[in-house]
Design a protein around this ligand. Structure first.
Ligand code: OGA
Ligand code: MN
Length: 325
């Protein structure tokens, strides 16, 4: 379904200097061209597909700033045909939003197969490309993505933007759903909004994994202490208010645990109603960027003992904005 389209003009003449340096004097294909960056809405509340750019070539501040503005509005941006290598994906994530999140939860389970903890392995395969057995502990992290969550909410600073690159897409649906936490907040009634003011939530990955029946050793738990964040956030650039929920949300600070969990469940149920949810059907070389402060997401199930699915994620830290253009 297509909704309104917003078009920005980006003049790539502004890229000249950067590109001449980075291509040792070669003529860059985009140099001097005017490229049209178009946002096509994918859902009435949020999410847009963007056309007109190869993100590997985007270095200039003007274009990066337009993409950030698009993120402020849409919360999820979908890009097709972005054949990133691992290094290109890491470099783009840093250009786009600064410091990368590299303390991922899976680090306690074993070494990252790409040799860089900032590139999260969202796959069901091992280092030789074979499908992980159902009882392989490394599968825990990927399968836990099937619960609604935001990335790294159990850390402080938490995740800001996540960027997922689709490298191997199975021949069956293995989709990702996103929910708009700003629209979900806006839809609460005034009394409910007032009652949520000032509440703080403890997020813990050990908790969300235990919900699915996975256990951590004491040593692992000691490394995964969790973090406390406000339940309602104001996103600085857009000034929109948002519910900050996740499978990791374990309890409301200073409340009895059962009352807190019941409220968190009610809010999760509210926030994931179909009118707030966009479902992304992956194609090879898709690149999806989402704002973890404004959305939740979850993987949908597929037969992961039969089909390979390989994506790579980079996530930035929610630090004060150096690049607040
Ligand atoms: C993630 C994630 C969902 C999916 O990469 O953070 O939750 O569908 N992925 O793989
Ligand atoms: Mn995730």
């Amino acid at each position: 379904m297509r909704y309104a389209t917003r078009v920005f003009k980006v003049n790539f003449a502004a890229m000249k200097q950067v590109l001449i340096q980075s291509t040792s004097g070669d003529q860059h294909p985009l140099k001097g061209r005017t490229v049209t960056l178009a946002f096509h809405k994918l859902h009435p509340c949020f999410a847009a597909e963007v056309s007109g750019l190869d993100l590997r070539q985007v270095h200039d501040q003007e274009t990066l700033s337009l993409i950030r503005t698009g993120m402020d509005e849409h919360g999820v941006l979908v890009w097709r045909n972005q054949p990133f290598s691992n290094d290109e994906q890491l470099a783009f994530a840093e250009r786009f939003d600064g410091t990368l999140h590299a303390k991922t939860s899976v680090a306690v389970l074993g070494k990252n197969r790409f040799g860089n903890e900032a590139l999260t392995d969202i796959s069901n395969v091992n280092e030789s490309g074979q499908i992980l057995a159902a009882d392989d502990r490394r599968r825990m992290s990927t399968i836990s993505n099937r619960l609604w969550h935001t990335d790294a909410s159990f850390e402080d600073p938490a995740g800001r933007y996540s960027m997922l690159s689709a490298r191997v897409v199975p021949p069956v649906n293995a989709d990702t759903e996103f929910a708009d936490m700003r629209a979900a907040y806006d839809a609460l009634d005034a009394d409910m909004k007032a009652s949520l003011e000032g509440l703080r939530v403890h997020h813990s990955i050990a908790y969300s994994r235990q919900v699915l029946g996975f256990e951590f050793s004491q040593e692992e738990k000691d490394k995964l202490k969790g973090a406390v964040h406000p339940l309602v956030r104001t996103i600085p650039r857009s000034q929109r208010r948002s519910l900050y929920l996740a499978s990791h949300a374990q309890q409301i600070m200073d409340w009895p645990v059962p009352e807190g969990r019941l409220l968190l469940r009610d809010l999760m149920e509210h926030a994931t109603q179909p009118q707030f949810v966009y479902r992304h059907v992956w194609r090879q070389d898709d690149f999806v960027i989402w704002d973890n402060r404004a959305t939740m997401h979850r993987a949908r199930s597929f037969d992961d003992q039969k089909h390979r699915r390989e994506l790579r994620r980079t996530t930035t830290l929610d630090l004060p904005l150096a690049s607040a253009a």
